[in-house]
Design a protein around this ligand. Structure first.
Ligand code: HEM
Length: 461
């Protein structure tokens, strides 16, 4: 695999020593990525008692497959921390629900992600990213933009138009993106109650109020979207129309209340824009650091697009563009930690995992595991260009999770990212200003810090 660039993109320095339980908790609240020692990038399965709980990390393809796929029934529930953090925003929505409720909702929402819709979705994606490019052309050339919110407005507009047939417009996209950023900032990094064994229902009042008020800002917009849907102003056969149709059903299993419809719509809006926006921003940051990759990308864009925007029909030939995005998700997985609770105790790799243990799969560690990846901290998109270069184990790379809870929008997100990245990078060069040192923020998701300021210039096509 050719790679002349020895630059390693930003990452925290691994811990030299174990800081003790309180030191660890303090760091956990600040940043989930900097608490890991060098050994965590080499071990297959580790963990044990933490305060009154037990916590384990499945850190090899076989243990990941065991937890997320083969023995998923035992690890179906998200951890109390995850549920507590997300419930004010998502309620009982698909991302946090489990059991029969989750199965019923997943069955209901799946058809909106059927490949038969992809050509139409691809056209919307292409039109919407062209609008963004035109705005940059008229307002931002030669100036600094914040790439992360730009990508989030773009992906929020895409998800809203494709799933709800509702054009958000820049003002509402901004409200949603700002609302979620504030929401994330007010959710404590790791709720201490999960560690000290305080009852799960014990609320943290000041934080709860802040979190709820930020969630409310997003709920108000989603309620508007639903009102339009109810007024018959959106087309049939959208995810929103499938959700609303349940309200005409008498069966208590299928019927959804106003609040339940809102919760599911919020899940789709939030899960459907934030992760793709983070990865697009990371990809743009990485491209700006690696001239070799940028040159190869531009050659592909010239060959396949020759100046026109990318569409659904181009996807099979935009292999390098897609590989850049996949490698960006390896280095900076937008969901860096997947957490579950063990229903029953069991033994994994000779370790006793008691019932109620927190079980973590940490894409951040797994994707940089020194026994699974060659040059794990380097940016090398060639790892993903075609099947012959994909040497990694299926369960060494899980940006979309795996098993029954595999991301519902994975194929949608990959298509969206490829179309947007190709169209934007063909038209603009984005460079970081010398004054800015890149960093990351890791809360519920992993994103570049300070919105990733970069200067936009027009390319000669
Ligand atoms: C780069 C893009 C994306 C990434 C990296 C990503 C990642 C993930 C991950 C890791 C999960 C599982 C979390 C867990 O197991 O705890 C998940 C679930 C989910 N994602 Fe995505 N996602 C992306 C894009 C999307 C898009 C575009 C949509 C919707 C259009 C979407 C909708 C969902 C939904 C509904 C779930 C919950 C599925 C369930 O629990 O059954 N995601 N995503």
């Amino acid at each position: 695999m050719e790679d002349n660039n020895e630059l390693i993109p930003i990452r925290p320095t691994p811990l030299a020593d174990y800081p003790g339980p309180l030191g660890l908790l303090w760091r956990l609240r600040k940043d989930l990525l900097s608490i890991w020692p060098e050994s965590a990038y080499q071990e297959e399965f580790f963990g044990g008692p933490v305060m009154k709980n037990h916590m384990y990390v499945a850190n090899s393809p076989d243990t990941v497959e065991h937890v997320l796929v083969k023995n998923n029934d035992n690890y179906e529930r998200k951890s109390p921390y995850m549920r507590k953090a997300l419930e004010p925003l998502l309620g009982d929505g698909l991302f946090v629900s489990d059991g029969e409720l989750w199965r019923e909702r997943r069955r209901l929402e799946q058809p909106a992600f059927h490949p038969s819709h992809f050509q139409a979705y691809g056209q919307s994606m292409s039109d919407i990213v062209v609008n963004t490019c035109e705005r940059w052309d008229s307002e931002h050339l030669g100036k600094e933009i914040r790439v992360l919110p730009e990508m989030a407005w773009l992906t929020a507009e895409i998800i809203s138009q494709c799933m709800f047939d509702y054009p958000l417009g820049l003002k509402k996209s901004r409200q949603i993106v700002d609302g979620f950023a504030d929401f994330q900032a007010s959710v404590e990094q790791f709720d201490l109650s999960a560690f000290f064994g305080w009852p799960e229902w014990l609320p943290n009042i000041p934080q709860w109020r802040r979190v709820s008020s930020h969630a409310r800002k997003i709920h108000v917009i989603v309620e508007d979207i639903i009102a339009m849907g109810k007024a018959g102003k959106v087309r049939d056969n959208t995810l929103l129309s499938h959700l609303l149709a349940t309200q005409k059903q008498a069966s208590p299993v299928i019927h959804m209340s106003e609040e339940q419809v809102r919760n599911e719509a919020v899940v789709i809006l939030m899960a459907g824009h934030e992760t793709t926006a983070n990865s697009l921003s990371w990809a743009i940051y990485l491209i700006s650091q690696y001239p070799r990759v940028e040159e190869k990308l531009l050659a592909e864009l010239k060959r396949v697009l020759n100046g026109r925007p990318a569409t659904y029909e181009d996807l099979s030939r935009l292999k390098y563009t897609r590989a850049i995005f996949e490698e960006a998700m390896r280095l900076y997985p937008p969901v860096p930690i997947l957490s579950r609770v063990a229903l029953e105790g069991e033994i994994i790799k000779d370790r006793n995992v008691p019932a109620e243990s927190i079980m973590l799969v940490i894409p951040w560690l797994l994707h940089r595991h020194e026994l699974l990846w060659d040059k794990p901290h380097h940016f090398i998109p060639e790892r993903f260009t075609d099947e012959s270069t994909r040497k990694h184990d299926k369960y060494a790379y899980v940006p979309f999770s795996a098993g029954p809870r595999f991301c519902l929008g994975a194929a949608f997100g990959l298509m969206e990212a490829t179309i947007c990245l190709a169209t934007i990078m063909q038209r603009f060069s984005l460079k970081m200003s010398d004054k800015f040192t890149p960093g990351y923020e890791c809360r519920l998701t992993l994103r570049p810090s300070n919105g990733l300021p970069m200067v936009v210039k027009r390319r000669e096509i």
